[in-house]
Design a binder for this molecule. Structure first.
Ligand SMILES: Nc1ncnc2c1ncn2[C@@H]1O[C@H](COP(=O)(O)OP(=O)(O)O)[C@@H](O)[C@H]1O
Ligand SMILES: [Mg+2]
Length: 275
């Protein structure tokens, strides 16, 4: 079975995308799954949260995207060089600022699609898909951590994915409005990827008593409508999670006894049950 592809998206910063990508990946790995994480944010937060100095890395997602566009014959060799084996049990394709250059290259490709100059037969929205394709046989799950800017990178992530997970900060729920991705996903599905499904909304940084979870979850239905799944268990707020990136570890290695670790285990169970 080829890997299931999951994008973690919400074009809002600080909602827990990177934290979720890392800890969902780690939980799936602990459950015995082969996991690849892809850092698709030029900020490289996932890369540094796994203990790497992102600026010093040369073989990153940026080069893979550029290679897929301009030198596809080099892609396979590059892929093996670009897959890092992390101490958290997951593999990583890293990112740093250079990913913005690759995003700019995608933008040029998009412009030329509208002119008579033929950049490529492949649309600019499917480049990441072609990068990932050769890797799908090696993993059970591939999780993509999306950034904020560079909409084309997010569209590429969604175009390559079977599912997307949308983290939303529990305490901002009412004031937040509909995450943009809820409108972007159906467009991507119609134009580029009929397989894409919204796996659900994940409440993060949850600071209330567990008895109130139900209320918050029904609040999601009030705000966003009833068309979306809300993952069973919100991710609790804990300072230990905020400390993880500096330690370069997942919550399972840093503070496995915390509720938030159990919540990410629970999320992984739900993800493993996705059809
Ligand atoms: N459950 C949590 N409890 C406490 N802090 C959290 C939690 N989830 C995320 N954080 C912290 O909030 C900040 C933003 O989270 P992050 O995952 O980087 O969001 P995003 O990738 O959406 O920008 C980070 O400093 C992170 O450590
Ligand atoms: Mg992030």
């Amino acid at each position: 079975m080829p890997a299931k592809m999951i994008s973690v998206t919400n074009q809002k910063g600080g909602v827990g995308k990177t934290t979720t990508s890392l800890n969902l990946g780690a939980a799936l790995s602990i459950a015995g799954k082969r996991v690849l994480l892809i850092d698709a944010d030029p900020q490289g937060n996932l890369t540094s949260a796994l203990g790497y100095v992102s600026a010093s890395l040369d073989n990153t997602l940026a080069k893979l995207i550029l290679s897929a566009i301009d030198a596809p014959e080099d892609l396979e060799a590059r892929l093996s060089r670009s897959t890092l084996r992390t101490e958290s049990g997951v593999d990583l394709i890293a990112a740093n600022k250079r990913l913005s250059d690759a995003a700019a290259r995608l933008q040029v490709m998009r412009m030329s699609q509208y002119s008579s100059v033929n950049d490529a037969e492949r649309p600019c929205e499917k480049v990441l898909d072609s990068v990932i394709e050769p890797l799908k046989g090696q993993y059970d799950y591939i999780v993509i951590d999306c950034g904020l800017k560079d909409e084309l990178l997010t569209i590429n992530a969604l175009s390559a994915s079977d599912y997307c997970i949308i983290p939303v900060q529990a305490h901002f729920l009412a004031s937040e409005g509909i995450p943009e991705v809820l409108t972007m996903a159906p467009t991507v599905q119609a134009r580029f990827n009929p397989n894409l499904k919204i796996a659900g909304i994940l409440l993060t940084m949850y600071q209330s008593r567990p008895q109130l979870c139900q209320n918050v979850r029904s609040g999601v239905a009030e705000v966003y409508g009833t068309d979306f799944h809300v993952f069973e268990r919100p991710i609790e707020y804990t300072i230990k999670i905020a400390e993880c990136p500096a330690a370069g570890k997942s919550i399972f290695d840093y503070a496995p006894q915390k509720n938030a670790a159990e919540s990410y285990r629970n999320l992984a169970r739900e993800v493993m049950n996705l059809v």
